[in-house]
Design a protein around this ligand. Structure first.
Ligand SMILES: CC(C)(COP(=O)(O)OP(=O)(O)OC[C@H]1O[C@@H](n2cnc3c(N)ncnc32)[C@H](O)[C@@H]1OP(=O)(O)O)[C@@H](O)C(=O)NCCC(=O)NCCS
Length: 146
């Protein structure tokens, strides 16, 4: 598996996965902004250069915020998400981050289970934080020391 920097040229493939796995996906512009903002935007590829997924991390002083992580639908439940998350924690540590935080939809059982298995615990709740297909949905804030 290969972890490499995301570029503008990746965004067509990234958007294909993003729209496939998220009910309310980021836009092409959101990813372009993330690239311009110098967030850590990484693509995870198979050895045959097939895009398996990607992740976006924002670094702030000593805290890294995981803004997005996704694995292509046909590649899910093969431990790629767990490995990608571990790689992002290694990267954050290398940038002297002491903690990683993230927000997740309360209904996103797969992601919550992934984060719990990776040592994250609940640190807060933002009521009605997300737009949902039917109304609003809570965000769970999770974090762990690195
Ligand atoms: C969340 C996501 C990245 C997990 O990636 P993945 O490669 O399928 O996950 P893994 O195979 O590495 O699974 C690791 C652990 O996560 C949990 N998990 C993953 N998918 C799950 C599911 N559908 N239901 C329940 N638990 C799940 C399990 O605890 C799993 O460990 P186990 O298989 O030993 O039980 C993937 O489902 C995804 O891309 N979802 C859509 C995007 C998204 O919601 N991103 C998070 C935004 S906050």
């Amino acid at each position: 598996m290969i972890l490499r920097d995301m570029t503008e040229a990746d965004l067509v493939a990234v958007m294909r996965i993003e729209c496939e796995v998220h009910a309310l996906p980021w836009t092409h512009g959101n990813f372009s902004d993330a690239l311009r903002s110098k967030y850590l935007c990484k693509v995870y590829e198979s050895d045959a250069h097939e895009m398996l997924g990607y992740a976006v991390l924002m670094l702030a002083v000593d805290e890294a915020e995981l803004l997005d992580i996704a694995i292509a639908a046909p590649q899910q439940r093969k431990e790629f998400g767990r490995k990608l998350l571990e790689e992002m924690m290694v990267l954050a540590r290398r940038h002297d981050m002491r903690r990683m935080v993230l927000e997740v939809r309360a209904s996103n059982a797969a992601a919550i289970a992934l984060y719990r298995r990776a040592g994250f615990s609940d640190i807060g709740l933002r009521r009605d934080y997300y737009q949902a297909e039917n109304g609003r949905e809570d965000a769970i804030l999770m974090g762990r020391e690195l």
